[in-house]
Design a protein around this ligand. Structure first.
Ligand SMILES: [Zn+2]
Ligand SMILES: [Zn+2]
Length: 372
């Protein structure tokens, strides 16, 4: 059955409004999800400037309301978490087991601004009678969304709050995966986390799960460092806003690590001039990991790479949603991963601007839009 519903539409010129969209019935391998909660991250703000109208939102949790004829992994009524890794299974990268980098379907292949539509069914979602793109092909800031079956993972915990579950879609997955799948931190490793926002807190708690011997959180906000401690940071450093490239702060990190530098440093601020900061924090042959999605030009002092240092920019924590989401939910169930405490505030879709304002001011680690 065809349906109409409200959705947040980015106009592509820096503005958005709540509009009515029309959604067709699902094709064979598609499902319709009634979105119950959609958490926000900075990418959603960026999507206001992607130059084309699109349905916003790329993190979400909801209930299956319609399924196509060939859908087998979920049924009507199932709680599901959305994901934006929908590999084709047969391209060069899929064969290399880099499904998150699928050359046909990844919504963020270079320069595509989260709307490489791949095999998404564009005709299925219309605004003012015309097909409209959806952020990362899932567009979760909408009462309903039509997606590929592979873009949803059934949530085995029916009583889990949708607000908490929605963060697994991207922010939690990115932090957790960057530690577990990319860095593969061990108990012998020291970890530095620059920026204790939504992704940073998840890196901290994943590093704690790996028993990292030292977890140093760095932020310019006192309240975020307090949160970092709750999530597992063993040390915190309040950085000064005028510490250029965090060079002064990196001296404190060296003092904490026998003058050597940390084994791993994660950059989670999204601030371009901090793009090279994790290099200043690590030891020789250590690993810097940028998880914030900086895409601007950055001037780098190449001595920061000395010696034998690695710098990785992983996508989506090298996510394999069908196996990684259940792992995350199992840790949550065992009380080893804090998700409920990460939701700073919930808003209705009409309060989306307030939610963005709070995120930009650093007031919230994670704001979540909830739908009735
Ligand atoms: Zn592929
Ligand atoms: Zn995100």
């Amino acid at each position: 059955m065809r349906l109409s519903c409200n959705a947040a539409i980015s106009k592509g010129n820096g503005t958005f409004s709540i509009e009515t969209i029309d959604i067709e019935k699902p094709e064979d391998e598609e499902v319709i999800i009634q979105i119950k909660a959609a958490s926000l991250c900075h990418t959603d703000l960026n999507s206001l400037h992607w130059g084309k109208p699109l349905v916003m939102g790329h993190e979400g949790s909801g209930i299956v309301t319609q399924i196509g004829k060939k859908v087998r992994s979920v049924a009507i009524g199932d709680p599901v978490i959305l994901n934006w890794a929908t590999p084709c299974g047969h391209c060069y990268q899929c064969h290399k087991e880099n499904e998150h980098l699928c050359e046909n379907n990844s919504p963020v292949i270079a320069g595509s601004n989260g709307y490489n539509s791949g095999h998404a069914h564009l005709e299925g979602t219309k605004w003012k009678g015309q097909p409209i793109l959806r952020s990362f092909n899932i567009g979760t800031l909408s009462e309903y969304t039509l997606v590929k079956e592979i873009a949803v993972v059934k949530n085995p915990l029916p009583n889990m709050s949708h607000a908490s579950a929605s963060m697994i879609s991207c922010g939690v997955m990115t932090g957790f995966g960057s530690v577990m799948n990319v860095a593969k931190i061990t108990a012998q490793d020291s970890t530095v986390v620059i920026g204790a926002g939504g992704v940073g807190l998840n890196i901290i708690q994943a590093a704690k799960l790996c028993k990292s011997k030292m977890i140093v959180a760095i932020d310019v906000h006192e309240n975020r460092l307090a949160m970092a401690k709750e999530f597992g940071a063993t040390h915190t450093i309040l950085a000064s806003k005028d510490d250029n490239g965090l060079i002064k702060t990196s001296q404190e990190v060296r003092t904490l690590t026998n003058g050597r530098g940390a084994d791993y440093a994660f950059e989670c601020t999204g601030i371009p001039k901090l793009g090279a900061a994790p290099l200043a924090m690590i030891r020789n042959a250590g690993t810097a990991i940028q998880v914030s999605g900086i895409e601007e030009q950055v001037l780098i002092d190449m001595t920061l790479f000395e010696w034998d240092k690695k710098y990785i920019n992983p996508l989506y924590g090298q996510c394999k949603p069908q196996t990684d989401f259940p792992k995350i939910i199992e840790y949550y169930k065992q009380g080893k991963l804090m998700l409920d405490d990460m939701v700073s505030k919930t808003y209705s879709i009409d309060q989306l601007q307030d939610a963005f304002d709070d995120m930009e001011s650093g007031k919230t680690a994670k704001g979540v839009i909830v739908f009735n």
